[in-house]
Ligand binder design. Structure first.
Ligand code: 5RP
Length: 262
């Protein structure tokens, strides 16, 4: 990326930068996927190279693994790590209870496994991701390719009896072909508009044959770090019930702000 960052990118960056300070020597850390998580990996890479930070990263996608290695971060698998001190990831939506919709980048399966295997999950997000009720963002559901249209039909039928405002399930595409996840699966995006009972929906979706996992993260996230375009940061912790406010002076460093991508 070159030139001036947009306010949303600045917001993502300050949230990521604040979260990077939570990583300490010797930790095993889950590294999320997406554009906000990419800022985090960049910040951590800089801390490894410049400050001698020593930690092991468990990426949640092949994209993040590549970026982390490029940044000089030591990458290990979840099986090697077994359990993590911390996972830091982005989100597509979060509500006041810190329940989330994730999977906009198609990595929800690894993201949910890694976050669940962590002592603490911290979400980093720009303020636009906060919602009163989850569901405006289409809910990603990972399905195996075999019989995906049957899974789609079963999901749409099941949604009739649930507290949602829409029930169209569309196959995510990558150009002319179906999108394929790191596990070789497809994604159905559920256009629900409003999810009345996210906890119930998360449980019921995973009962449908062919569904591997859904993008509702219920009671998994402990802390959200919200970034604003003017450098303000809010750290909200659901277990402690605390809100800390801070501001990060925004200095564009050449190395960090070139060729960023997710
Ligand atoms: C990837 C995700 C991402 O965390 C989510 O889509 C947010 O992405 P971004 O930080 O680019 O807005 O769940 O599967």
């Amino acid at each position: 990326m070159t030139g001036e960052l947009s306010p949303i990118d600045k917001a993502k960056f300050v949230a990521a930068k604040r979260a990077a300070d939570l990583v300490e020597d010797g930790m095993r850390v889950g590294l999320g996927t997406g554009s906000t998580a990419a800022w985090l990996v960049r910040c951590l890479g800089e801390m490894v190279r410049n400050d001698g930070l020593k930690f092991k990263g468990v990426p949640t996608s092949s994209r993040t693994a590549q970026l982390a290695r490029d940044q000089g971060i030591e990458v290990i698998s979840l099986d090697e790590a077994r359990w993590l001190d911390l996972t830091i990831d982005g989100a597509d939506e979060f509500d006041a209870e810190l329940n989330l919709i994730k999977g906009g980048g198609g990595a929800l399966l690894q993201e949910k496994i890694v976050a669940t295997a962590s002592d603490r999950m911290v979400v980093i997000a720009d303020a636009g991701k906060e919602v009163e009720t989850l569901g405006a963002f289409p809910l990603p559901v990972e399905v195996i390719p075999f019989g995906w249209q049957t899974s789609q039909a079963l999901i749409e039928e099941m949604l009739v009896s649930l507290d949602v405002m829409g029930r169209a399930a569309t196959l995510r595409m990558n150009g002319a072909a179906p999108f394929v996840t790191d596990e070789g699966n497809h994604i159905l995006d559920l256009h629900l508009n409003r999810i009345g009972n996210a906890r119930q929906l998360a449980l019921v979706l995973n009962q449908v044959p062919g569904v591997v996992e859904n993008g509702l993260f219920i009671d998994i996230c402990d802390t959200v770090i919200v970034g604003y375009g003017d450098g303000r940061i809010e750290v909200r912790d659901i277990t402690e019930g605390t809100v800390e406010r801070d501001r990060l002076d925004f200095v564009e460093s050449e190395n960090l702000f070139t060729d960023i991508g997710d």
